[in-house]
Structure formats: C-alpha cells, structure tokens
Design a protein around this ligand. Structure first.
Ligand code: B12
Ligand code: SF4
Ligand code: SF4
Length: 324
C-alpha cells in the first residue's frame, strides 16, 4: 500500500486533498505551550489538559511514523458576511450551516482507515481524529503539504482556499511523506486589519478570549461587555478573517448535501431567529455542529446580536466596518 494509493482512495471517499507528514516534534508545535501560558486559550480547559499529548503525535501513538492529513471543502454558494449590509441579518459561520462535520468526516475517515487495514499486509497501529483529538491538525497539515498556516492562523490550500475541514490519521506505517507547504501570505495583512475584535494580535497568533468564534461558541456565561458591540450580528462563530483573504476570493464550492445550509440558518434574520421556540431551535440544532452551544447559548448570542442591530451607530466603539 503506497502513499499514492492512500491519497487516491481518500479522493474516492470525498476528501478534496490528502497529504502525509512525518510524525515528528515539528518546530511550530513548541509554540503551543507559550500560547497557553499567555492565556490565549481562555476557558478552553481541554486545551491545557491535553497539552502533553499535543506536543507530539508520538505521545498519542508511540509507534507513530506518519500522519495522514485530509482536507474537505465545505464552502457553498452563499454570500460572505462582509458582503451583507443589513445589520438585522444573522451571521452564522459557514462551517456550521450543514451537518456536523465530526460525524460526516469521522465516518469517511473511518472508511479510509478500514480500507488501509484491509490492504496492508501487516497489522499497524493507528488513531483517526477529526477536530476533537489531541492533535495540532494545522501543523501536521502544513507538513503534509495540504496548505500553509496563514496570518489568520487558518490552513490555506493554494487551490482550495481555507474553507476546509481538516482531519488526521496518526499511524505506524513508514509511508512516503510530502513536502511541507510554503507560506504564501507575503506582505498581505488584510485579515489582521479586518478582525472586528483585534483578536489576531500578531501574524499567526490568535487570542481566543477576543475572538468572536470563541465568544459565541466556546465561552459559557455572559459575553464580556467590552466585546459585545464588536460581536455585531454574529450569532455563531465568525468568518471575517477568512472572507477577506484573497485566497478565498475564488474558492471552489462543494455540492455535497452535507454542507448545504439548513433552512433554519439560510440567510435568516435576527427577528425570525428570536421568535423561534426552544423546540424549534432544538430541532434545527439536531445533527448540526451548532448543538455545541445548546439552545441556551444560541439564545444568549441572538440577544447580543439583536441589541447590536438596535444600537445607534454612535454606540459602536470598536471597528464596526464588518457590521455593514
Ligand atoms: C481551539 C480551536 C479553536 C479556538 C482557537 C483557534 C486558534 N486559532 O487557535 C477558536 C474557538 C477561537 C477557534 C475558532 C475557529 N476555528 Co477552530 N479549532 C480549534 C482546535 C480544536 C485546536 C486549535 C489550537 O490548538 N489552537 C492553538 C494554536 C496555538 O494552535 P494551532 O492552531 O495548531 O496553531 C499552530 C501553528 O499555527 C503554530 N503557530 C501559530 N502561531 C505561531 C507563531 C510562531 C512564531 C510560531 C513559531 C508558530 C506558530 O503553532 C501552533 C501549534 O503549536 C482545532 C482542531 C485541532 N485539533 O487542531 C480547530 C480548527 C483549527 N478550527 C477550525 C475552524 C474551521 C475554526 C473557525 C473557522 C470556526 C468559525 N468560523 O468560527 C474559527 C477560525 C478562527 C481562526 N482565525 O482561527 C478548523 C480550521 C481549518 C483550517 N482551514 O485551518 C480546525 C482545524 C478544525 C478542523 N478539524 O477542521 N478554533
Ligand atoms: S474569527 Fe472573527 S473574531 Fe476571530 S480572529 Fe477571525 S475575524 Fe477575528
Ligand atoms: S488575508 Fe492575507 S495575510 Fe491573512 S491569511 Fe489571507 S493571505 Fe494571509
């Protein structure tokens, strides 16, 4: 079983890119602890708990030799939030419009691993992860040639852009590895300038405690007063630093039914969302990645966004160019 055969099979299963990285303690992985020490993980305690394992995939699979990384395009034909001039329109992050990628990609990754086990003449050790595993997926994606880590901290593939889900199989097979991707951000700094909360504190460094994605998805309790206005109409996640990226200007779109927007979130306005009953919201959250916040968290976000939509222009203290 060769690397090329694995990549060809990954494509046949619906993955848009696949590359292979060596299982090593790559230099970028060392930045992780510093990032935690600076407090940039906020309340995401699981990132602290798994720090040891995240330092090197061989702490997860001791016999690991390679990491197979896949990318799956989730972009669809709907406009970007930055193209929307109506403050009453709810913004929901693109990745969350369809079915839960943990389930969809998890099943495809499982099928890839099952196929590898069937094909391999020898048994081998392996673990497959989509997002929630103790693996720095972006670092391994870069070393697998899947894309470079942009100044907005997202992995950008030169053909696919950054609207991709990453997933990884750590395995003990000594497969032929790919060349790492080269940084192609150049002198651009559009993402840093566009971030509504100045969460990108330096190129490639994100302070989660300021990031709208963290504030609307990961944070439990109230959104701190100082960030509320800048959250604008974002009710779940944020895409601004990817929407302004030139590498996403002509990004391909997926026609996979899994990623097409559910009618409950499709260009929905804040008033319609506010009027939904708990049962209606719970039904729309079923099988969606948005179930992470539960109805309670979503209501908190809708309330903040609705207050913002009603606010007078003078009330906005931070960069409000993205609120439209
Ligand atoms: C925690 C987390 C978050 C946090 C923190 C994000 C962040 N930028 O760190 C929050 C909640 C804010 C978040 C937001 C989003 N997330 Co998220 N998230 C994760 C998760 C679970 C871990 C990321 C992590 O460990 N961050 C800590 C940083 C320090 O580590 P890192 O991202 O691996 O970065 C490495 C390198 O960049 C390098 N590095 C970074 N800066 C520097 C600087 C120097 C000088 C050096 C030497 C190295 C270096 O070091 C780091 C590792 O040590 C990953 C899944 C995974 N298991 O990896 C998904 C993941 C990164 N998220 C993803 C997505 C889709 C999003 C959102 C787009 C969702 C949304 N629309 O709201 C936003 C994007 C915001 C953004 N600009 O990053 C995708 C990204 C896909 C891609 N193309 O890159 C991932 C990979 C999930 C997946 N399986 O697809 N996320
Ligand atoms: S996701 Fe939004 S808030 Fe977070 S860094 Fe990107 S632009 Fe800033
Ligand atoms: S907007 Fe510019 S600097 Fe930011 S990730 Fe894209 S190319 Fe890199």
């Amino acid at each position: 079983m060769t690397s090329s055969e694995i990549k060809a099979h990954a494509r046949s299963l619906g993955f848009d890119a696949c590359g292979i990285a060596p299982a090593a303690d790559h230099a970028e992985l060392r930045f992780y602890r510093e990032w935690l020490d600076r407090g940039y993980a906020g309340e995401m305690a699981y990132l602290h708990r798994t720090a040891e394992r995240r330092a090197d995939v061989r702490n997860v699979v001791p016999s690991a030799r390679t990491v197979i990384v896949t990318a799956t395009v989730y972009n669809t034909d709907r406009p970007y939030s930055t193209e929307c001039a109506d403050p009453g329109r709810a913004h929901i992050a693109r990745y969350a419009w369809g079915d839960d990628y943990h389930d969809v990609i998890g099943a495809r990754l499982g099928a890839l691993l099952a196929w590898m086990r069937e094909r391999s003449p020898e048994p081998f050790d392996a673990r497959a992860y989509v997002d929630t595993g103790p693996v720095q997926e972006r670092v391994y994606a870069q070393y697998a040639g899947v894309g470079w880590i942009g100044k907005n901290t997202c992995v950008i593939n030169p053909e696919l852009g950054s609207w991709v889900f990453l997933a990884a199989i750590i395995c003990s097979l000594p497969l032929a590895v790919d060349r790492p991707s080269l940084d192609q951000c150049g002198t651009c700094s559009l993402c840093l300038d566009a971030c509504p909360t100045q969460a990108l504190v330096a190129p490639g460094v994100l302070d989660s405690t300021r990031c709208i994605s963290y504030l609307t998805i990961e944070l439990r309790g109230d959104i701190p007063e100082e960030h509320r206005l800048a959250v604008g109409s974002h009710v779940y996640g944020c895409d601004v630093c990817q929407e302004v990226c030139p590498w996403n200007a002509a990004a391909p779109r997926s026609d996979d039914p899994a990623w097409q927007p559910r009618s409950a979130w499709d260009r929905v306005d804040l008033r319609t969302l506010s009027r939904q009953s708990d049962d209606e919201l719970a039904a729309a959250l079923r099988g969606s990645p948005m179930r992470r916040t539960k109805v309670h968290g979503l209501r908190r976000n809708i309330a903040v966004a609705s207050d913002n939509a009603a606010a007078k222009p003078g009330d906005v203290q931070t960069t409000d160019s993205q609120r439209g």
